[in-house]
Design a protein around this ligand. Sequence first.
Ligand code: G
Ligand code: MN
Length: 266
Amino acid sequence: MVAQLTLHNDLRRAVEAGHIQVHYQPVVSLVSGAIGGFEALARWKHPELGFVPPARFIPAAEQAGLIGRLGYHVLRQACAGMRLLQMSARESLSVSVNLSAAQVFDPGLVGEIAEVLSSSGIDPSRVRLEVTESMLFDRIETAAIVLQKLRALNVRICIDDFGTGYSSLSYLHLLPVDILKVDRSFVVALEQGGKAEGIVAAIVALARNLGLQLIAEGVETDQQASALRRLGVTQAQGYHFARAMATEECIALLGGMAAARRSFGT
Ligand code: G
Ligand code: MN
């Protein structure tokens, strides 16, 4: 309990001092290898505890009532970072930002996002907001209204960890959705034989029939990437391609790719 309280206090200070940093994990094309965008992931480097994983500090931020501030900070930073990254890229890049349940049900969310979008000057259609099925579960009608309003700002809605919730198909029916992310548990299972191939193939068909984009997450091996490619998945992210990196590293990576393109004359 004491440790938890200290964590909450440290977190409150970290949010205020801007010590929560956004790192970016590339989303790559499984067809061309090109980087199509990035997922913004919050990082907290605690002075004594070192790196505190998001799985630990996001729930703490929700408990401490700090998630609204934290989410706003992450969104602002992600949009500013993307403007920088965009300068190093040839194609237009997308940026994904994760929303927590508390944010979705915060009445101030839509106004805040509208404000960040207009002040950052980023093209809203390149911004993706990621939600999970399970966090919307018990207030699905309210969630649908909020997501409709967000979509009216011209941002894209992405279902994270797709396939791990309770009733995926009814969510697809009720919610305005543009993109599905194949959960990493299915990607890992692709190497173990069994049913995973059939499940991923069904998700590919589902996305195709509904006109949704599909991204596989948590790809860690070449074998997984090949299996996904064979099944018709065209976009992916994961340690096999790149971890989440600071803005400067992403710029170097994009710059390196530009140099490679120049030397191949493409
Ligand atoms: O819930 P969501 O899918 O947004 O979670 C993203 C988390 O997954 C981040 O904490 C990120 O660091 C982590 N992550 C990203 N790529 C990989 C990967 O290839 N393997 C594993 N195990 N985790 C990953
Ligand atoms: Mn995500």
